[in-house]
Ligand binder design. Structure first.
Ligand SMILES: [Zn+2]
Length: 429
């Protein structure tokens, strides 16, 4: 019943990124808008802080919004810019407060939880968001119409299609103006497949799959590293306030931007392929504790490995986010496996737990119990796959899929049941 494959469509939100080519006056207005959103954010943050310390009832979004209308009557230059941008700035502040309070509830030690901070002109993301209503935003060919700005040209690299939702305009460190256009659009779902996979995210290689495929860390970082070092040196040697310093800073920002672009490209291609080829994808749960564990392991090998691990954790969480939303788009299942599950130490053949494998230098080992030969990462990814399927099976409750020892007899049955039940992700147990 799962063999007939029709092309299915999914209605999803998709972001299109384009580089804008604003005129001189448009650039000035974009900069002004970003400045105004920062002003509004900081103004209301100060107000809320004041009330908070006076132990009065704090201002919520609606109260802030009402006050903003009054503020605009007082401050003339707030009227010049896009009103949605200012409203969204208040929404961001509200979200920052909400995050702060949820973090506070969760945290055992209150010290590490950050209160919303004031936005600075430098070293903060420079952007504003505007919403679509009544045709205020339009895209025709290579031109984008934005509130107050009018028509702005952009470099067209892809077809932008779908119902417009919102647009975020960002000024990058390299002085580029980027528009991220969010649309509701239809995409073609990948055809159903019967394969499942386990992934072991590593330090030495980027990841190893339960099929035995090793995906190496991309080479771009090494090649860009020399350029990065040179750019850093140039910046630190330049005189403060000189035009050479400005040039050096832009050069450095360009190098970082290039690395980010290359990394995103790598992550997109990899996640798309894995989602296309597999139905159930099992991975380790990458919570902060787990990442720290990895850093410590890496530090025990070498300094460069520790650095690589720090870089990797940022890209891992991005990679998992991509897998998550792409799994949702294409009816795939992304199952996380608990932090304390000993995926590396367990022999996939017989289930024997070998404590010697804790040593990270041990890349391959023979099982003392069943004497099967295990490659560290492949064995781990096989275990992650089994554990993920076990969690899913237990949740769906298919008695036939497990034998008396709790081993999976028929992954195909589980997969069909899970897809049928519409389960996309289960909390790790
Ligand atoms: Zn064994």
């Amino acid at each position: 019943m799962y063999s007939t494959q029709f092309l299915k469509l999914a209605y999803v939100q998709k972001a299109f990124q384009v580089t804008l080519i604003p005129s001189h006056s448009q650039k000035i207005l974009i900069n002004k808008t970003i400045g105004c959103t920062r002003f509004v954010y900081n103004h209301f943050l100060a107000l809320r802080k004041e009330l908070y310390s006076a132990e009065q009832k704090t201002l919520n979004y609606n109260a802030c919004s009402q006050q903003l209308t009054l503020l605009k009557k007082e401050i003339e230059w707030l009227k010049v810019v896009d009103k949605f941008a200012l409203q969204n700035s208040l929404k961001n502040l509200e979200a920052a407060y909400k995050n702060f309070f949820t973090d506070l509830k969760k945290a055992k030690n209150k010290k590490g939880v950050g209160f919303p901070k004031f936005k600075k002109k430098h070293r903060c993301k420079q952007s504003y968001k505007t919403n679509f209503t009544n045709g205020n935003i339009q895209v025709i060919e290579n031109r984008l119409k934005l509130p107050k700005l009018g028509w702005v040209k952009f470099h067209k690299s892809q077809q932008i299609s779908g119902k417009l939702v919102n647009v975020t305009v960002t000024l990058t460190n390299t002085g580029k103006y980027i528009a991220t256009i969010l649309c509701e659009t239809e995409i073609e779902k990948h055809p159903q497949v019967t394969k499942n996979i386990g992934l072991d995210l590593g330090i030495k290689s980027y990841l190893v799959t339960s099929d035995g495929e090793v995906v190496n860390n991309p080479k771009y970082y090494r090649t860009q590293k020399r350029k990065l070092r040179k750019a850093h040196k140039k910046l630190s040697r330049s005189v403060k306030g000189s035009s050479n310093r400005v040039k050096a800073r832009i050069k450095l920002a360009h190098t970082y931007e290039r690395i980010t672009n290359l990394r995103n490209d790598f992550l997109h291609k990899l996640s798309t392929r894995l989602i296309k080829e597999n139905t159930i994808i099992c991975i380790e749960d990458l919570r902060v504790g787990n990442m720290l564990k990895n850093h410590k392991l890496a530090m025990s090998i070498s300094d460069s490995a520790a650095l690589a691990s720090l870089r990797a954790s940022a890209s891992w969480s991005k990679f998992v986010t991509m897998l998550e939303y792409k799994a949702n788009w294409h009816d795939r299942v992304l199952q996380k496996v608990g932090t304390f599950y000993p995926s590396s130490q367990t022999c996939n053949c017989c289930g024997f737990i070998n404590p010697l494998v804790k040593d990270l230098k041990l890349r391959e080992w023979s099982c003392p119990s069943c004497s099967s030969y295990n490659l560290r990462d492949v064995n781990a990814s096989l275990n992650i796959l089994d554990e993920g399927l076990r969690i899913l099976t237990a949740a769906v409750g298919i008695p036939d899929a497990l034998n008396a020892c709790g081993e999976i007899v028929s992954p195909g049955v589980i997969q069909a049941e899970i897809v049928e039940a519409g389960i996309t992700r289960l909390e790790v147990v």
